[in-house]
Design a protein around this ligand. Structure first.
Ligand code: FAD
Ligand code: SF4
Length: 514
């Protein structure tokens, strides 16, 4: 490396945005740095595929910068000079190169935001933080939008985003004359229906895998490092986007909520890792989907497209806005005061409940589960069983390839566990076996009987569902959206209610054995 740098620019592992204005000019006085640090690998038990994917994508990004003529330093985990935190490493570089100013892009995680802010306060050189230029919205835009309004409804925010960014609008009206096509998007996979297989790459992440293993970092899940199939650079991310718009978009909406034992991604895009690391921008993903629809309106119906756009322009931006509005309090919320430990089988998949066995095994094998598996299988069970949200967050933050706190905790503690008491959802997302059977084939070969609520072979979801609502009547009983649930419960014969609660109690006392 040269020695006459004036400016140090730190790039975090989820800031791999080659379209950022930092890179529009080559400036020989700027040194870019990417660093693999233990503070990032150890704050949770990451899936081994997630750890490998981040390191591989970071290295590819550094190579790209280098090729494009930006001086870039990549500090590996096992570099003897690596002091294993951003601040200590930056301190060394500032000293070594007599750096005069330090710059970074605003982190998406509260933890890193605090760390870097306090680091720059202590620095005796100039420092500056700039936007990541990735999202549609700024950090505080959602808060400003809802100021003085009642509630924080996602739907209201989403419609505003559609109008503001002129996405799927026909003048002032929504394209297709409706804002929301969710009702069309709840089909089960028909028998003998074979979705397009997921596009898999063949990357070699053996060096990254060895660095992680040699450092004895605690990870979960499995990986084939010589045949690593997640995208690790922008080119592969674009290929995946293209594959999605060509092959999966046409049935994305219809089967958005479907689950099946033989399929792990169905028509889902698997673009969350590429977007969360900023290899792809949400605008280009939404733009590509709209372009595909415009060219093929006869084949791709509006409900497929709207369902997809809603996830990105709606939910993704909304969750980020909620995160910045409600952190740091958000990570302590526990509305139901749930305190149970996560059952051991969340780490192994070894349970007799087929839906959970399947969703967890898939997560351990692929570092991926789609939204409904996360929400209505693993999340639903944790909520019904009264698991402490800290434990649930720890699991979700580690296991998924796309798990970064801003989008993990809002979905987990908020949407899935209702720990926020209704900031994100207007009622808890709970379901019994009925729903799971309607959306999947999981119940077909289960040890438990989906039709039973009591007895040794009854599906645990059924009794736990009623027990949960009974237990939390003081907090949920007045929720209009749950009035039907309580009416049904109250109409049941007392001996049936008692037997249901007894079975639920058995399940709660023996969670590890279910
Ligand atoms: P697709 O179904 O193809 O959707 C397209 C894109 O929309 C996704 O890539 C994602 O960027 C966005 N999206 C969809 N749903 C949401 C949502 N609810 N919130 C924010 N963005 C959304 N997503 C993460 O990116 N990281 C997480 O750590 C994460 N944790 C979750 C935990 C729980 C309990 C739940 C219920 C959901 C979580 N999600 C998380 C949201 C969602 O499940 C994933 O974004 C999605 O499954 C990723 O797969 P995909 O790219 O195939 O998504
Ligand atoms: Fe899951 Fe119950 Fe269905 Fe078994 S019967 S797969 S435990 S919902």
């Amino acid at each position: 490396m040269k020695s006459n740098y004036k400016k140090l620019r730190l790039i975090l592992g989820d800031q791999l945005n080659i379209q950022h204005s930092w890179y529009t000019q080559k400036d020989p006085s700027v040194l870019y740095v990417l660093i693999e640090v233990r503070t990032e690998t150890d704050y949770v038990w990451h899936h081994i595929q997630k750890a490998c994917a981040f390191f591989a994508a970071m290295e590819r990004f550094a190579e790209t910068l280098d090729i494009e003529g930006h001086d870039t330093l990549y500090i590996k985990l096992d570099d003897p000079t690596n002091r294993q935190s951003f601040s200590a490493n930056c301190d060394d570089l500032i000293k070594k190169y007599h750096i005069e100013s330090f710059e970074y892009q605003l982190p998406d995680e509260y933890r890193l935001d605090v760390e870097l802010k306090s680091y720059t306060v202590k620095l005796n050189i100039r420092s500056e933080a700039c936007d990541t230029e990735h999202f549609y919205t700024t950090r505080d835009e959602l808060g400003v939008f809802f100021e003085g309004k009642k509630g924080l409804l996602m739907e209201t925010f989403y419609r505003e985003m559609r109008k503001k960014h002129t996405v799927l609008m026909s003048g002032n009206e929504p394209e297709g004359e409706k804002w929301n096509f969710d009702a069309d998007n709840r089909s089960k996979l028909p028998k003998n229906h074979n979705p397009y297989p997921p596009l898999l790459f063949s990357n070699n992440v053996q060096p990254q895998y060895e660095r992680i293993s040699n450092a004895d970092i605690k990870t979960i899940g499995t990986v084939d490092p010589q045949n690593f199939y997640w995208p690790v650079d922008r080119q592969q991310s674009l290929q995946l986007l293209n594959y999605f718009t060509e092959n999966c978009l046409l049935l994305f909406g219809t089967f958005q909520d479907a689950m099946h034992t033989d399929e792990w991604s169905i028509y889902h895009s698997r673009l969350s890792f590429s977007m969360n690391t900023k290899m792809l921008s949400p605008k280009e993903v939404v733009g590509a989907a709209i372009a595909a629809w415009e060219q093929n309106k006869k084949i791709i119906s509006i409900n497929q497209l709207e369902g997809f756009v809603r996830q990105i322009l709606g939910w993704r931006e909304y969750m980020r806005g909620i995160y910045w509005l409600k952190m740091p309090e958000f990570e302590t919320l526990n509305y139901f005061d749930h305190q149970r430990k996560l059952p051991n089988w969340y780490w192994t998949g070894k349970t007799k409940m087929n839906c959970l066995k399947h969703s967890i095994a898939q997560s351990l094998n692929h570092a991926y589960a789609h939204h409904i598996q996360r929400l209505m299988i693993t999340g639903n069970f944790a909520l019904l069983a009264g698991i402490k949200p800290d434990e649930v967050d720890f699991w979700y933050l580690g296991i998924y390839i796309d798990a970064i706190q801003w989008v993990e905790i809002t979905n987990t503690r908020g949407m899935s566990q209702y720990g926020d008491g209704g900031i994100i959802g207007s009622k808890p997302y709970t379901a019994s076996a009925n729903y799971i059977h309607k959306q999947s084939n999981y119940c077909d070969k289960c040890h438990y009987d989906r039709t039973k609520r009591t007895g040794e072979d009854s599906c645990p979801f059924n009794s736990l569902y009623w027990d949960f609502h009974d237990r939390h009547r003081n907090k949920l009983g007045k929720n209009i959206r749950l009035s039907m649930v309580y009416r049904l419960w109250d109409k049941m014969a007392p001996d049936i209610r008692e037997a249901t609660l007894l079975r639920a109690n058995y399940c709660l006392e023996n969670l590890d054995d279910l």
